[in-house]
Write a protein that binds this ligand. Structure first.
Ligand code: ADP
Length: 366
């Protein structure tokens, strides 16, 4: 009987709990023993109570829960080989032969590394006498499947990450609230949104709320020139009779000389224009709340696909990550997805913004 563990790791996102539910229940449906690793890689390294057998009813209600019911953490030890060695030991002694990781770019990079090191970790555990050759034998190969859980929609190889549409919904709702008060007082608001190095939340929330101006890392404005352009555009919109001004600044916003553009610097420009300007940093409300229907659907379909991928895996198939492309649930090698995600960051560092934009998913690139 196959023993599969599911884990959520890195920054939480709405849809992680529904993903855990889907993995646990489809695993049971396909006749597997299912486990949850609590607290992300921390649970793998510490083992014990943090590795828990899961039954059908243990995930009841998860579909409508935000965040992750099995906890998540950032784990420094897992970045070291020693931590990963302990993780491998805990998996083997619990008989676990496959791991489904739902997390962001960092977590999936860690997962990819774990799988590539696996044979040498097992060998070391045998060499040092912590495992007997007989105990190690059924565990010479590790199956890892990735699910992309992130509000940032920053992972290559999928049009949408689990949680991105929930965060977008939350941001758009908050900007609508802000627009009401801005309208009343004829104010300007600079809204800072999350997304780390990815501008998807900034761009899509700007589109969804009709913002006057949007700052995202992939399409940076000209160094030293954007201030005048911002003033010109906001004045023009005011000239049309608009009483409010809304500017969205993505967390990773920069100019084309890679200088950070912050909500503060944007505010200063709007103040120079004579606008009564306030800053709202949305913060953690963006990742809070329950998952929107899209994320529940995405995590459920992808969770089932993840279990199928585990059951169909062989040592010669590279670890897959489950994505959605043109409305189809798809698998692709995790290494490719991790590599392509890094390419965006590299393109931005090299100031090749057209390339960065084209490497993002199709809706973004349009
Ligand atoms: P996210 O998955 O949301 O991008 P992080 O980047 O914080 O979040 O990664 C979550 C955890 O994944 C880290 O705390 C660490 O345990 C593990 N991890 C991240 N990057 C690596 C790496 N390069 N090698 C090993 N483990 C990693």
């Amino acid at each position: 009987k196959k023993k599969i563990a599911v884990m959520t790791s890195g920054g939480d996102s709405p849809g992680m709990s529904p993903a855990v539910r889907a993995v646990v229940r489809s695993g049971i449906y396909f006749g597997c023993d299912m486990f949850a690793v609590y607290e992300g890689y921390e649970g793998l390294v510490r083992g014990g109570d943090l590795l828990k057998k899961m039954e059908w009813e243990d995930v009841r209600g998860f579909l409508s829960h935000g965040g992750t019911d099995i906890g998540t953490a950032r784990c420094a030890e897992f970045r070291e080989r020693k931590g990963r060695l302990q993780g491998a030991y805990n998996m083997v002694v619990n008989g676990i032969d496959a791991l489904v990781v739902c997390g962001g770019d960092g977590s999936l990079t860690g997962a990819d590394l774990f799988r590539s090191e696996w044979p040498s970790l097992i060998e070391e555990l045998v060499q040092t006498g912590r495992l007997t050759a007989a105990e190690a034998e059924p565990h010479r190969h590790l199956t890892i499947v990735g699910l992309v859980g992130s509000i940032d929609n920053d992972m290559a190889g999928t049009d949408a990450t689990i949680g991105a549409y929930s965060a977008l919904e939350r941001i758009s709702e908050m900007v609508d609230y802000i627009d009401e008060t801005a309208n009343s007082h004829s104010r300007a608001f600079v809204v800072e949104v999350m997304g780390r190095h990815c501008g998807w939340l900034g761009l899509m929330s700007g589109l969804s709320t009709g913002a006057d101006y949007i700052f995202i890392p992939e399409r940076p404005p000209k160094h030293g020139k954007w201030q005048d352009e911002l003033k010109e555009i906001c004045s023009r919109h005011r000239g049309y009779g608009k009483r409010n001004t809304t500017v969205i600044v993505a967390e990773g916003a920069i100019d084309d000389e890679l200088q950070p553009i912050t909500a503060e610097t944007v505010k200063d420009v709007l103040v120079e224009l004579g606008l009564d300007t306030r800053i709202t940093t949305l913060g953690h409300v963006q990742r809070g709340g329950t998952a929107v229907a899209y994320d529940r659907m995405l995590s459920t379909l992808q969770g089932v696909e993840a279990v199928k991928a585990v059951l169909e895996s062989t040592p010669d198939i590279p670890s897959p990550v489950i994505g959605i492309a043109e409305n189809q649930i798809v698998r692709q090698p995790l290494v490719d997805s991790v590599r392509d995600t890094k390419m965006v960051a590299t393109a931005i560092e090299a100031k090749d913004f057209d390339k960065a934009m084209s490497l993002r998913d199709s809706t973004f690139a349009e």
